[in-house]
Each structure stands twice: as C-alpha cells, then as structure tokens.
Design a protein around this ligand. Structure first.
Ligand SMILES: NC(=O)c1ccc[n+]([C@@H]2O[C@H](COP(=O)([O-])OP(=O)(O)OC[C@H]3O[C@@H](n4cnc5c(N)ncnc54)[C@H](O)[C@@H]3O)[C@@H](O)[C@H]2O)c1
Length: 248
C-alpha cells in the first residue's frame, strides 16, 4: 500500500506517473495532493484501469491534513508500506537570489520542500514500524548537485533527511532513499524550462545522453526501490538524468 504526494497536479506530472506505476505493479495507492480535483482524476484513472486507488486532499505542511491522509490509507487499505515524498514547490519559484530572498519566502519554500517530507515521514513511520518495515522515497533533483538556488538548497537538505532517516530506521526494516531526476518533461518541467531556455542550452553542453526524460522514465527506479529486489538499498540518491550529475 503506497502514498504518493504531489500526484494530482498538472496533467502530465511525475507524481501521476509514480502513482500509475505503483498501481500497475499491484499496490493500492493514495493519490495525495493540495489539488483535490487533480488527485481525484488520477485516482479515477487508476481505478478505471483496474487498479486500487483513493484520492486524498492534503497540505503536506499541515500535520492535521497529513494525519487525515494517513488515516484514509489505513481505513481503505489497512496500512502503509510505501511513502513517496514527491510534492514540492518548483515551477512556482522564481529565481530569487539567496542574498536577497525575504525570510517569509525562504521559510515557505523550505516548509513545503523539506519540512513537508518530514511531516509525512513522521506520520507513516509508526505504521511501518508496526508492520515490520517499509520504504520511503524522497524526490530530490539534479538541481541539488551542487545547490545553486533556493530550490536546490531545499532538495539538498532533503538528501540529508534521507540519509539521516536511513541510518536511524534501517534496523527496523525501513529503507529510505532518494531519486534525483534530471530535466523531466512533466507539464511543470516544460513550463519551467522551455526548449529555448538558457538552462536547456547549458544541459546540452553537459549531459551525456538526452537532456530531457519523460516522467515514465523515472518509474522503473521507484519500483526497484519499493520492490523485494531493492531490499538492501538504503540511504542512496539514485540519479535518473541521462548522465547530467556524474558521481565518482
Ligand atoms: N520536472 C522536472 O524537471 C523535475 C526535475 C527534478 C525533480 N523534480 C521534482 O519532481 C517532483 C514533481 O515535479 P513535477 O514536475 O511533476 O511538478 P508538479 O508541479 O506537477 O508537481 C508538484 C505537485 O506538488 C503539489 N504540491 C505543492 N505543494 C503542496 C503541498 N503543500 N501539499 C501537497 N501537495 C503540494 C502540487 O499541487 C503539484 O501537484 C517535485 O518534487 C519536483 O521538485 C522535477
């Protein structure tokens, strides 16, 4: 049983691909988003295809709605095995330089992109403990390696939350990993970096393979991290980006 946050946004979103992928692999899925209509549309799509899903309206920065989301998962599907912390502010962010960003903006961004993931993790960890294990996957970004924006700072901090929870929870059978996508052709991604943007030109000079991938091209990695085949993987960041961020 899986919860995917940020799965009900703009039409062709990464969260939707994750929710459809997990459902296709047999998981019952809670499609969670601030956007209630979007979450319902994706849950309906899964059910129409023969899968199991419900929609949940959640603000991941609000522990009360997060508790309701987890309560709905328990009630409908009897527990939580997988949490995908995918919701984030991305396309909404301007390119505010850190030197000048108003503290209110800084706090708002980190509250969603970092603290929101912690709140969701805290809500499911007791359930995973009681079930003898689970998988948490945090959606970070190639834009955190190195962090050169507020967005990148939040994603790099989310890597820190990933390794910290992985070390703490491993002996309890809870694996915590991160996926770092490259430039992905979700509707939000295309809006943020159109074909003629300077960032795409920069990627064209630095990425080994195609500079852009489709949301579906991230799903295999998520399924690996959530499957028996991924049972001994924890505390890792898996880059799915055509060779943008090259690690030693
Ligand atoms: N598209 C890319 O190129 C790319 C690259 C690397 C990483 N990512 C990451 O992938 C994830 C999905 O990106 P996407 O391109 O599908 O964008 P998206 O904007 O379609 O998805 C983000 C979703 O999060 C939801 N959300 C925002 N704040 C929320 C809150 N407080 N509570 C609940 N839901 C909230 C939004 O409604 C939206 O549905 C994000 O974490 C993003 O940072 C995207």
């Amino acid at each position: 049983m899986a919860i995917v946050t940020g799965a009900g946004g703009r039409g062709n979103s990464i969260g939707r691909a994750y929710a459809l992928g997990l459902a296709g692999a047999g998981a019952a899925v809670v499609v969670a988003d601030l956007n209630a209509a979007g979450a319902k549309a994706v849950a309906d799509e899964i059910v129409a295809a023969g899968g199991k899903a419900i929609a949940a309206t959640v603000d991941i920065t609000d522990p009360e709605t997060v508790a309701q989301m987890v309560g709905a998962a328990n009630e409908s599907f009897g527990g939580v095995d997988i949490l995908v912390n995918n919701a984030a502010l991305m396309v909404e962010l301007g390119s505010q330089p850190a030197s000048d960003i108003p503290l209110d903006d800084w706090n708002r961004i980190l509250n969603v992109n970092l603290t929101g993931a912690l709140i969701c993790a805290q809500a499911v960890i007791p359930i995973m403990r009681a079930r003898g294990g689970g998988r948490i996957v945090n959606q970070v970004s190639g834009g955190a390696f190195p962090a050169v924006s507020i967005y990148g700072i939040g994603k790099l901090a989310l890597v820190g939350l990933t390794t910290t929870l992985a070390r703490q929870l491993g002996r309890e059978g809870i694996a915590v990993n991160a996926i770092a996508p490259g430039n992905t052709t979700s509707d939000a991604g295309k809006l943020l970096t159109p074909d003629d943007s300077p960032f795409i030109k920069y990627l064209e000079m630095n990425v080994a393979m195609r500079v852009r991938g489709a949301p579906d091209e991230l799903v295999g990695t998520l399924l690996l991290l959530c499957s028996p085949a991924g049972a001994w993987i924890t505390g890792q960041v898996i880059h799915v980006d055509g060779g943008w961020v090259l690690r030693p």
